[in-house]
Design a protein around this ligand. Structure first.
Ligand code: 4AD
Ligand code: MG
Length: 481
């Protein structure tokens, strides 16, 4: 009779002490002498690895030889209290089966700290490191917390389409979806491409946001959200941009911009609290790593330790002010006067860069900030126009280290105003008739926002580059793995 595999997570609960069990996993590390080997075996069920004690003389020489970093083992043995330092329990091996060898001459991962850049080059193996398994576990916890938050509050999850014919944000940063022969596409007489002969009979692209569709559901279900992949062909090679990222977009009927801000703040605090309550092992590991990394820096330049930083967000309410007020603060700020911003603040209408956003959050207010009422010309067509004629009921939530983490707004509900705006921006009406229709039939105030999931992950993990908080990052000139 074969014994069922015990997950390493279970062995830490100590209920299995004294019992004979089978564990399976990958070798993270091994050390020892001519008589005994201590093998760290990890199966991903938890952060910790299990120490396997291997008395060398009891096993075939080939088995011992095959126990290398990266190899996969099935071990049968007795779980016992560990006499050594660093672990509470260990498994005294009785039989070992090497399930998969890993040639030590070729296996790229060694039990030492590799650079994050190097690990990106071996994206197929980086799950096997402490850091990526920690991030993967936090990522899962955050996904779960997102769905729990909305479920507890009576929201419905809506799957919005990935292939669309519209450009929600109007920035023209879409990846085209086409089955036309790129060498010989059908053309109109004027030389333009005839997309009526394409798969969908029209021009289509990967969605930049699920918002327009989730708004349709909102106009019947009241409280909805979508959580899906979004795609942006912007050529931003920064540590905060991906070409493929995941976005959470709630949309609530009868909500105003103020209630939208309340929801965004409650949501972010819930997610951070969830991480503190459920991912402490991983957070401590990431915090230690951060502290090690910053050892060389003078104290004044060191970032706040990760856990303290997360608790800090929960302590206070977010600072709310208008874009115009923020422009005032920035115009009179030291870095603007001294020309230290890369992009100068040129009064009302300046599109804020992350350096400006971070100044407001990190230097001026020293807490998260929600900016509202942006100039209508720098925001999307669907935002509710304010009575002043210049601004819209937009809101961006700005975080330390990140800058913009959430973008949202109250929506324009007036049919004529919305139609006029669509025409002004020359958005093709044939793409928008259905969206406009909701403003003809039972239109009500509503508001929503989008949280960039990887921006949240950046913040919660304290990682410096967004490419390291998603399993398979997509960015300009890179779609490996
Ligand atoms: O501000 P954005 O463009 O807003 C929207 O797409 C709205 N339709 C949301 C809504 O109201 N339902 O994007 C929302 C968030 C940003 O605040 C940012 O966190 C993230 O999405 N984001 C990105 N994350 C990673 N890589 C990129 N290239 C991103 N672009 C936006
Ligand atoms: Mg935005």
């Amino acid at each position: 009779m074969s014994i069922q595999r015990t997950e390493i997570k279970q062995t830490l609960l100590k209920e299995t002490i004294g019992k004979d069990i089978v564990v399976k996993g990958w070798v993270r590390n091994h050390r020892g002498n001519n008589y005994v080997l201590f093998v760290s075996l990890n199966d991903g069920s938890c952060f910790e690895s299990l120490q396997i004690v291997v008395e060398i003389e009891k096993f075939a020489p080939q088995t011992i030889k095959n126990i290398t970093v990266g190899s996969a083992l099935s071990v049968f043995g007795t779980l016992q209290i560990s006499e050594g330092k660093g672990q509470a329990v260990e498994l005294q091996a009785k039989t070992i089966e090497v399930l998969g060898t890993a040639d030590p001459e070729k296996y790229p991962l060694q039990p030492k700290r590799h650079s994050l850049e190097f690990l990106r080059e071996i994206g197929h193996l980086r799950f096997r490191t402490n850091i990526f398994s920690a991030i993967t576990r936090i990522r899962h916890a955050m996904i779960y917390a997102v769905h729990t938050f909305f479920t507890e509050r009576g929201f419905y999850n809506i799957h919005t389409p990935i292939i669309t014919g519209s450009d929600c944000e109007g920035a023209g940063e879409m990846f085209r979806v086409s089955m036309l022969d790129p060498l010989n596409p059908p053309k109109h007489e004027d030389g333009s491409i005839d997309y009526s002969q394409d798969f969908f009979g029209k021009e289509t692209n990967l969605t930049v946001s699920g918002q327009l569709n989730v708004e349709l559901a909102c106009m019947a279900m009241s409280k909805v959200y979508t959580f899906g992949p979004t795609f942006r062909a912007e050529n931003s090679n920064t540590s905060r941009h991906l070409a493929e990222f995941w976005m959470i977009e709630p949309e609530v009927a009868f909500n105003t911009i103020t209630e939208n801000m309340d929801l965004a703040e409650e949501f972010l605090k819930y997610l951070i609290q969830y991480a503190l309550d459920n991912c402490m092992t991983e957070l401590l590991f990431l915090q230690n790593r951060q502290i090690q990394e910053e050892k060389g820096k003078p104290e004044a330049e060191r970032a706040m330790p990760l856990i303290e930083k997360l608790q800090f967000i929960l302590a206070d309410s977010f600072q709310r002010l208008t874009y115009t007020e923020a422009i005032d603060i920035l115009t009179n700020s030291k870095p603007n006067k001294k020309g230290q911003f890369k992009y100068e603040i040129k009064g009302f209408g300046t599109d804020l860069q992350s350096e400006h956003e971070r100044y407001l959050v990190e230097k001026h207010f020293k807490k998260p900030v929600i900016l509202t009422d942006y100039p209508k010309d720098i925001k999307a067509f669907y935002m509710k126009q304010n009575p002043d004629g210049n601004t819209v009921a937009a809101m961006d939530v700005l975080f330390p280290q990140i800058g913009e983490i959430i973008g949202g707004s109250e929506r324009e509900t007036d049919y004529t105003k919305l139609k006029t705006r669509i025409e002004e921006l020359k958005i093709p009406m044939e793409d928008m008739w259905w969206y406009l229709d909701t403003r003809r039939y039972g239109s009500v105030p509503h508001a929503g926002f989008g949280l960039g999931f990887e921006r949240l992950m950046l913040f919660v993990t304290g990682m410096g580059n967004i490419r390291d908080v998603i399993p398979f990052p997509r960015y300009p000139k890179n779609a490996d793995f």
